[in-house]
Design a protein around this ligand. Structure first.
Ligand SMILES: *Cc1c(COP(=O)(O)O)cnc(C)c1O
Length: 430
């Protein structure tokens, strides 16, 4: 498979865009080689500028749960665009999407839209700080909450992949207010509260972590976070930017029956257009301006195209969607696990709703230290061998994989066969 077109496009991009990309992970640094420049996508497949097709398990890093260019979503965006792409006034689209979210997500009574997950988490922390009158917050090692300063301490996703979980340029004062503890370690959270009495505004957590690979909470962990935050007068923030409408209509909170005070959303709720949102109890959300004293604003917040795409996407989803997608995800990871097992490759796999992940390390993986045991060099070779077989996995070990309504059993089985052949190649080359 030739990727001469992608190579030329990358060289041209690098002349005018730092590193040739507008989001770090796209550069393929973790796996080496040239990023695939995509020309178009339809259903479960990407087509690159050289005309190669790939079965897509990245799905724009989560948003495309309906598959690429779903007719209902395309039509909704086209219809909205014909009426103008932004007005800077309230629209009825925003109320409609807000209502869909309030109806689905158990802890959310009111929701405010912005333009990215990064904005959602930054606003959620400001709200928690304003609400409690406290500055510090607890974040878990390896969790990723977007690219705003307070979260770039022990961050996951591409920050982790690039070896810069603690970015340069974050003021020491900002970093001091972010308290880092290991994921799944409720005792460490308790100790942090005891060491900082009356100072912690919030605990923010990916309730299922998708940004160090897929790492699930141990039984009782989320319940303990709920109890500890309540005991210490702090807010519990579930960052469901990835998991919202991904693992269930109501997100992780619906699956696990643990209700946070504030929820952040993004990705799926924008159907592939730029969006973010944060919501919670009315009593907390009403602290936002214009009624309250915690400021939030955005020129393109609640953009009509993004709202239309989100509404069309959410209308395609129901409880059965997630049963179906989880069945596909299990078929995939069970098949992959069998391929790894047959060759004696250390591995551990996980699936939840339409999310899945695997590490090249013996399980269980419950935190960042566990995730880092994975053989990332093997992952890089496996990634390229899969890419050459027309399967697009995340170009980093520390990311989750996603399924869409457009993936089917034949796609899954072809992926498992590709994994088998890919490992043959990887081991023949060693
Ligand atoms: C993707 C992601 C974000 C950031 O969202 P952007 O839209 O990329 O700014 C925040 N939190 C989690 C859990 C995410 O997966």
């Amino acid at each position: 498979m030739t990727r001469a077109g992608s190579e030329a496009a990358f060289a041209a991009a690098k002349r005018v865009i730092p590193g040739g990309v507008n989001s770090t992970v796209r550069a393929f640094k973790a796996v080496g080689g040239t990023p695939v420049f995509v020309r178009e996508a339809k259903g479960a497949y990407l087509t690159d500028v050289d005309g190669n097709r790939y079965l897509d398990y990245v799905l724009s890093w989560g948003p495309m749960i309906a598959g690429h260019a779903h007719p209902a979503v395309v039509e909704a965006v086209q219809r909205a665009a014909e009426r103008g792409t932004s007005y800077g006034t309230p629209t009825e689209y925003e109320t409609e999407l807000a209502q869909l979210i309030v109806d689905a997500v158990p802890s959310v009574e009111k929701v405010r839209f912005c333009s990215s997950g990064t904005e959602a988490t930054a606003n959620a922390i400001r709200l928690a700080r304003g609400y409690t009158g406290r500055d510090k917050f607890i974040k878990f090692e390896g969790c990723y909450h977007g690219s705003a300063d307070p979260f770039l301490i022990a961050a996951g996703s591409s920050a982790l992949t690039m070896g810069v979980p603690n970015s340069k340029g974050v003021p020491a004062g900002t970093a001091r207010d972010t308290i880092i503890v290991p994921y799944n370690d409720a005792a460490a959270v308790r100790a942090a509260f005891e060491a900082n009495p009356g100072e912690i505004a919030a605990v923010i957590v990916e309730p299922y972590v998708g940004n160090m690979g897929l790492v699930l909470p141990v039984p009782g962990f989320l319940q303990e976070l709920r109890a500890l935050t309540r005991e210490h007068g702090a807010l519990l923030v579930f960052d469901e930017v990835m998991t919202g409408f991904r693992v269930a209509l109501g997100g992780v909170q619906a699956r696990e029956r643990v209700l946070p005070d504030v929820t952040t959303l993004g990705k799926v709720i924008g159907g592939g257009l730029p969006v973010g949102a944060f919501g919670g109890a009315a009593e907390i959300m009403d602290r936002l301006t214009p009624d309250g004293d915690v400021f939030q604003a955005g020129t393109l917040s609640g953009n009509p195209l993004a709202m239309a795409a989100g509404i069309a996407t959410l209308r395609l989803l129901n409880d059965d969607t997630y049963v179906h997608l989880e069945r596909l995800a299990k078929r995939l990871i069970d098949g992959m696990a069998e391929v790894f097992r047959r060759r004696g490759v250390p591995h551990t796999v996980a699936a939840a709703g339409s999310m899945m992940g695997f590490f090249f390390a013996d399980g269980p993986v419950t935190d960042l230290a566990g995730a880092k045991r994975s053989d990332t060099a093997l992952y890089g070779r496996f990634f390229h061998a899969m890419l050459d077989r027309g399967v697009y996995l995340a170009p980093s070990q520390f990311e989750a994989g996603f399924l869409s309504l457009a993936h089917n059993e034949a796609d899954i089985d072809r992926t498992i066969a590709a994994a088998d052949a890919a490992l043959d190649e990887v081991y023949a080359c060693r």
